[in-house]
Unconditional design. Structure first.
Lengths: 82, 107
């Protein structure tokens, strides 16, 4: 049952990765990156329950923080303020 | 009992993730793709984190902090991103009234 949950999250991550590789403009790639970081954070939370290690939760914290900072930096780069 | 609630919340969250990925693939425009992706994935991640909190109740404090962090930062980053996309690609954005609402013009 939990395997199906992890597989479905990974499937939606792959669908987002297709848009990341295919996206016609830079804006689409940045949007796909933002969505991918949120989905990967949730995947790490579920994996921490699957392997029963609370270390992965701290990893999920760092991943969410890095995704937020990266998205803001790329938005400023799109705005030509950087 | 708590396990069943956890599975229900987890599968609801995964369905929302799948809808957001599908909208990201199928929508025609950058801003419509963004509204499909960010809205659904915020609620989906909250539901998945709550489902893990139902499975393992001793991790609840860490998971609640993570959920509040995602609930604060994801709308902020998507708002900044949409504003800069609107400024950069203004001529590609679908706009029937011709008014620029970001500068305070009335529609």
């Amino acid at each position: 049952m939990l395997n199906v949950l992890i597989l479905l999250i990974a499937l939606s991550l792959v669908l987002t990765l297709i848009r990341f590789l295919k996206g016609p403009t830079l804006a689409d790639r940045v949007i796909a990156f933002d969505s991918m970081s949120v989905i990967a954070t949730s995947l790490l939370v579920v994996l921490s329950f699957y392997f029963n290690k609370s270390l992965y939760l701290d990893l999920a914290f760092v991943f969410g923080l890095m995704g937020f900072i990266g998205t803001v930096v790329f938005a400023k780069f799109l705005d030509k303020e950087l | 009992m708590l396990n069943i609630l956890g599975y229900i919340l987890g599968f609801l969250g995964v369905i929302l993730f799948f809808i957001s990925a599908l909208g990201l693939l199928r929508m025609p425009d950058a801003l419509t793709r963004m509204q499909a992706a960010t809205k659904a994935s915020t609620l989906g991640s909250l539901l998945v984190i709550l489902s893990v909190a139902c499975f393992v109740p001793q991790w609840t404090l860490k998971l609640v902090v993570l959920a509040v962090f995602i609930l604060i930062t994801n709308p902020i980053s998507s708002s900044i991103l949409s504003m800069s996309i609107y400024k950069r690609f203004k001529k590609d954005v679908y706009n029937t009234s011709g008014a620029d609402a970001l500068k305070g013009e009335k529609l």
